[in-house]
Structure formats: structure tokens, C-alpha cells
Design a protein around this ligand. Structure first.
Ligand SMILES: [Zn+2]
Length: 278
């Protein structure tokens, strides 16, 4: 996609994109959030980038550097789970850079702002495409992870999840003590269906949502791509929080064209004032 000239948009275009200042966009975003009854944040890799985790796509992305991942990942796991587990335990593969970055990453200002928005009673839920556990580390409580969580294991039979350090692996592949099903990483692999419970919660949240924050996501990947469209179609409002233009910019009512750590912190301090006055 080519760089659009921000001054070229007109009419009903997003506020910051039509020549408005970040300050104006922050005010409009805070007003929309304050007036909404069920605010949901849809979060993508851009927020993790602010915590030093490299993205998959785009310049400097892991796939750009190392090539696209094996699209048969899940198929290979199902064919030979024991071998998959052996490789995982020996920690081989070209994703060491990602593994290292994940291990060192700390929540960013954007993660903290979303946590504070939840504390203030404005943000009801986070739907995240990230697997890094940083929302939980920041203290957020209502979080659904479309692609799983790297710090957890999941039973393929009953969807029970365990933190990695609370599951003793004494056979490969490990099996579920509840139902005997096969246990895998909670992280969703290529070709693996989105876990049913996570998908159902995303749909439930999107249906209730009348104001969605689109944080660091271009939402080009389904199912996440469908949620903002559904919200907009049912009369809800969209607030884009992204330093870069995305395919969602055109749909958005307000655009905060800055890193989440900067812009969401400003929105939260405005919401604090409004919460104090209500
Ligand atoms: Zn089970």
C-alpha cells in the first residue's frame, strides 16, 4: 500500500486523517468511549512491537527475514505429535529471535493504558491476536486470545489450559489428566482452527460492542478482520489507534495516528476527568 497524503482526505474521513491534531482526535475518542455502553479493544502485533517484539509481516518482520512459516505446521503436528514435542523441547528452529524477544518483553504504555481503561469501567474486553501474555502481565483481566498464549498448554479434547510451569510433562506427547486428550501448546498453529471457546467469546463480545478500539492491527487476517466490520454494520463506532494507515482507516470514526503508548495514555487521562465528573 502506498503512503496516503493525510491532507487529501475530506468530508466524513477520520478526524486526525483530515488534518486534525492528535489532541482533537484524543478528545473525540474519549467522548465516544464515554458515551458507549460496551467498549472492546481489538489488538494486533503493532502493540507488541511497542514492547520490542518483532512483527511477522512488513519490513524487519520475522517472515520477511526468515521466509513464510510452514503452512502445514498443524498437519505435521497431528501426523506426528511426538516428533513435534521433541523438536519443541530441544528448542530448534529459526524463531530463536522471537523466543528471545518474547522472554524479555515487558508490557508497554499501551498495555498499561488498556488496563487502566478497564479499571475505570470503560473497557469491557480485549480481543488480542498476540500470544505474548503481555495484557495479563499489565494486569488486564477480561482478555480473549484468538491465537492462544505462549505461556500455556491446551488440551485438544476438552480445551482445558494450564500455565507451562504447572503441567508436568512425563511422556511425549503429553495427555490431559481430565479427559485423556492430547496436549499441545496453546498457541494456534498454521492450519489449526481457532479454539472454539475463544471464537465464541469473540463473537459474543463483537455483538455486544458499540465502540471498538483497533489497536496496532490492520485486521487483514480472518477471523479478526470481520469483527470491526460487524460492529460498524450494526451502528457501532470504530477508533483506530495506529501510527500507520491500514485498510481499517476508511471505516474508522476517529483515528489516533500515534503509538498506543502515547495516544491511549492521553485518552485515559481525559477519561479519568470525565469519570470524575459523572
Ligand atoms: Zn482434556
Amino acid at each position: 500500500m502506498s503512503e496516503a497524503d493525510p491532507s487529501a482526505s475530506s468530508g466524513q474521513g477520520p478526524s486526525a486523517g483530515s488534518g486534525g491534531t492528535l489532541e482533537q482526535a484524543v478528545e473525540e475518542a474519549a467522548q465516544l468511549i464515554h458515551a458507549a455502553s460496551h467498549v472492546v479493544a481489538l489488538v494486533g502485533a503493532g502493540l507488541s512491537v511497542e514492547s520490542g517484539i518483532p512483527p511477522f509481516r512488513g519490513p524487519g518482520g520475522l517472515w520477511t527475514k526468515y521466509g513464510e512459516p510452514d503452512l502445514r505446521d498443524y498437519e505435521r503436528f497431528v501426523e506426528n505429535p511426538k516428533q513435534w514435542w521433541e523438536e519443541r523441547i530441544s528448542r530448534k528452529g529459526s524463531y530463536q529471535e522471537l523466543i528471545d524477544a518474547l522472554a524479555q518483553a515487558k508490557p508497554s504504555g499501551g498495555h498499561t493504558a488498556l488496563k487502566e481503561m478497564e479499571d475505570l469501567g470503560y473497557l469491557r474486553h480485549i480481543i488480542t491476536q498476540n500470544i505474548d501474555n503481555l495484557h495479563q502481565e499489565a494486569g488486564s483481566r477480561a482478555v480473549t486470545e484468538i491465537h492462544g498464549n505462549r505461556t500455556k498448554l491446551r488440551c485438544m479434547g476438552c480445551s482445558h489450559r494450564w500455565p507451562l510451569d504447572q503441567f508436568a510433562i512425563d511422556e511425549l506427547p503429553p495427555t490431559c489428566p481430565e479427559c485423556g486428550g492430547m496436549v499441545k501448546s496453546d498457541t494456534v498453529m498454521f492450519g489449526e482452527p481457532i479454539p472454539r471457546d475463544a471464537m465464541a467469546e469473540c463473537i459474543r463480545q463483537s455483538e455486544m460492542c458499540d465502540c471498538m478500539l483497533l489497536v496496532g492491527t490492520s485486521a487483514v487476517v480472518y477471523p479478526a478482520a470481520g469483527f470491526p466490520v460487524d460492529v460498524k454494520r450494526s451502528g457501532g463506532r470504530l477508533i483506530e489507534v495506529n501510527p500507520n494507515e491500514t485498510p481499517l482507516t476508511e471505516l474508522s470514526d476517529v483515528v489516533l495516528r500515534a503509538p498506543a503508548g502515547e495516544s491511549l495514555a492521553l485518552v485515559v487521562s481525559r477519561l479519568r476527568e470525565m469519570a470524575g465528573a459523572r
